[in-house]
Every structure is written in structure tokens, then in C-alpha cells.
Write a protein that binds this ligand. Sequence first.
Ligand code: PEP
Ligand code: MG
Length: 545
Amino acid sequence: MAEASIAGIAASEGIAIGTFFLRRKVSGDQTRVAGTMSREQALFESALAKASQSLAELMARIDASAAEILGFQFELLSDTDFLDPVFQLIGVGQKADEAWAEVIDGEIADYAAAKDEYMSARADDLRDLKRRVLGFILGTTADVFEVPEMTGLVLAATSLTPSEFLELDLGKIAGIAISEGSPTSHVSILARARGIPMLVGCGERLTGLKPGYVAVIDTQNHQLVHDPREENQSAFRVRLQTSNVAIEYASISAHLPAVTASGEHVRVYANVDDPAILLGIDAANFDGIGLTRTEFLFESGQLPDEEHQLAVYRRIVEWAAGRPVTIRTLDAGGDKLIPGVTFLDETNPFLGIRGYRLSRIRKDIFTTQLRALARAAVFGPLKVMIPMVTVSSEMDEFRTLFDEVIMSLQNEGVACAVPSLGVMIEVPAAALNADTIKADFFSIGSNDLIQYVTACARDNALLAHLAQADNPAVTKLIRIVAATGMVQGKEVSVCGDMASTPALVPLLLGAGIRSLSVAIAQGPTIKEVIRRWDGREQCGDGTSA
Ligand code: PEP
Ligand code: MG
């Protein structure tokens, strides 16, 4: 075969070289003859029971937050509203597998037709459930996950569902490429958390490639290269080796503080969007947690109750072992839609009811979260911040709400504590007026700040050339916030992707930032960049640091 390159979207950063393997699709037994109506019904019921049992077993084997992702599927298996139409179709003479496929395909189409990525992630979960139940009806389950007994595989598939990913023997997998999917799907989150390089959105050509050839996943250049020419293969191997050496080198000093060449300590915190990522990570490698995106709690299709949230927050605080932990309250809205929570009919969701704007309206959800946070604050130094703040009165209102929560917990005799309360700076108005906001700390959400300063929706790939992090206008705002923090003696960190991008870190340090919150896998590398910084780099606005 000749070298072929296929473009994809980076969902989990890294470079992988291995043997191209195409995952076999479930092939249903099309020749199965329909049994009697009651036999088809019994077959379907038994498939549901087996699917529930296999999901429960899988959920018990994996960590709690990954299990939560499967919880959505598990619930559906006993949801009569969802299952009744299948029994009705069987009742009028359809085979169990056909009835199941017809009903769930309709649901999948509805979810997939929704434009936002949250809904299409739900469609993936339904495809997963469809495959699982079909496997039990048709007796094909055994070979669904058949992956060869070899390591270093570059796994390609049309789609990959969360439970399929979790059932893979990751020791065999060097990297993954998927024809469909989006970087914000659950599978992408799981791959990132486990450091498996992954491309999504590779298109149909991907599954036309022949297995057994060498393939390279190169997320830096957003491509999969199949059967690379000898010289290209060598170049990829050199890059992989260099990247491994750099990662290994950086990891030797990962537990040491990041001190600049001039002797300044720069705090490096971890970003957490799924607590599973903390498994096996030494808390000593970070100065604490600078951002916990709590949206993961709301992704199972059910609102998490106070006890559940408390357990999760407490686990994170205990992991940090005395280091500060920053938890962001629910940041739903914009591109993070949660059915039943967010407003679905906004014409401009990024400029709409999102973040704190939504929380103050959905007081029921917000109060539950604040109660759980106030209770978690008993177990260690907790910081709580609200996203999408525009004006100072929002912070004042938040403080009042928190005081009320504390008061009612105290009245109930429930142990609680007041955490440090901060705001995310991601709206230009908040950056310009930071000096008026009475927060205990600021955390700059550069992802959103960039989209609002450059007027480019962050989910629009066609505007990527305009939505540049090094635009001097962005740096000017970051400087303003850093200077405000300096004058008022408040910590200002950056928790957007800029902080995890080695090339942009000197710019942030030059703008006066001394706290970064980064993707966990990037921690050691960012610390190395800080250690090499001599304070002389140019800032994004053309001035010298
Ligand atoms: C940001 O906007 O930079 C940020 C950290 O928040 P999110 O990416 O979750 O919107
Ligand atoms: Mg944001």
C-alpha cells in the first residue's frame, strides 16, 4: 500500500506508532428465524437482564466516575417508558433484535441530530447500549471486543463507546482513531485521562485502510498516517523518542516546585474534569488543584444529590492531602448543554444563560451543590469559584447565597466550613473591572476569554486562525487582572488551555501570572518551561517582560 494520511481532530494529545487494527463490527445474525411472540419476548427480557448484569459487573470493576458514565445506560435498561415500545413491536410479530434496533435507532437519531456535542455524546452511549443488548439477543457478544494478542496497536473504528473503551485492554493500545466522534465526548475524556493518544472525526476513509500495516497517530499535526514511507516512519520514531525522553526527563523533577531561573516560585496546580484522572497520580507533583470542572457530575442524565456530590468532593480534597483544591460550580450552558437544566432555545448560547447566570436561576441545583461544597470544606482547604462572571454584584450575591447555605447547615447541626470564594475571569468586562470584584481569588479562563475578546465561537474550527491565544488584546487583559491581584494581594491563576501550552507559558509569566492550573499530563513539562524562564521573553502585546 502507499502511504496515506487522514485528517482528524485531536481528542487526546500525543504521538503513537503501532500496527493498524480495525475493530470488527458486531454482525447480527440476519438469518435468525423469528420465534413465537412469547419466545421473542423472553429472549428480549433475558438479553436485558444479561446486559444489566454485565454493565453492573463492569461498573464495579472501574473507578466511580467512569462508572457514572455507564450509569445512564444502566438506568435505561429498567426504564419502562423507553422499553415499552420495543415490547409493543414484539407484540405485533417483530423479532426481538429488529424491534430493539428500530426503537433505539430512533432515539439515537434524535440525539445525534442535536447540534451540540453533549447530545451527540449521549447518542454514543445509546449506540453502546444497542450493541450490548443486540449481542445478547444474537449471541455475538463474545467477539465484540476481540483485539489481537499483541501490544502497540493503533485501533481504528467507526465509533467507540465509553464501555467499549473501558473494556479494552489498554496495555495493548498505543493509540486510537475514530471515524466519528468529538473531542468533548465521554470517550475523549476517558482517553485523555488515561494518556492514550486519540484522533476523532477521521471520516469514512479510516475504516477503508488495511489492517496489519504500520500506522502513526500524530495529534500535533491532526493526522493518522497509514503505512508511512521509510523515511517518514523514522522521523516519527525520532519524534516519539524525543517526546518520551522529554516526558521522562520532566517527570524526574515532577514532584519538585517550579522555580524560575530568577528564583521565583510559580504554583502549578492540576485541572480535573473527571476525578478518575487522579488515580495513580502523586499529589506531590502539584501545588493543589486549580480547577475542578464539576460538569462530569451532571453527565449521567440525572442530577447528583448532595450526598453523592459530597462524597466526590471529599475524595478530591483527601487526594490533595492538605493542598488547596479549587472546585468550580456547575458551568452548564453555552456548548455544555444538560437536558432539563440548560435553556435549549437560545439563539446565541455562548452569550446566554450559562455558568453562574444559570446557577442563580436554578437555585435548587445550585443550593445542593453549595451545601455539598460547604460540607466538603471541613476535610481540607477548599476554594470554590463561579464561572462566567460579568459584574461585581454577581460575586456579592454569591457570597450572600453561600452565607445562607452555611447558616442553614449550622441550624441543622451539619458540619460545614466557609471555603475561600473566587471568580473565574473569562468575560472581558470582568477582566477590565477586576479591581471592583470582591473575590478572594481570581482564575482566568483563557478559553472563554479568547472567544469573547476575539468574537470567535470556541467550537467553530473555521475561526481557529482568529481565536489566537497570543493576540495582544488577550495578554493585555491578563496583565490587568494579574496587576489587580498584585495590588490587592489576591492569587490570580490561569486555568484555561493557555496554561497547559508550553509555548504560551513564558507569555503568561511575562504578563505577571505566578499560578497556573494545567492538564495533569502536562504538569511536568510546564514545570520545566517555568524553570527555564529567565524573565526576558516578549509579552504578547509587544512589550518586554
Ligand atoms: C476556560 O474558559 O478557560 C475554562 C477553564 O473553562 P472551560 O474551558 O471549562 O469553559
Ligand atoms: Mg470557561
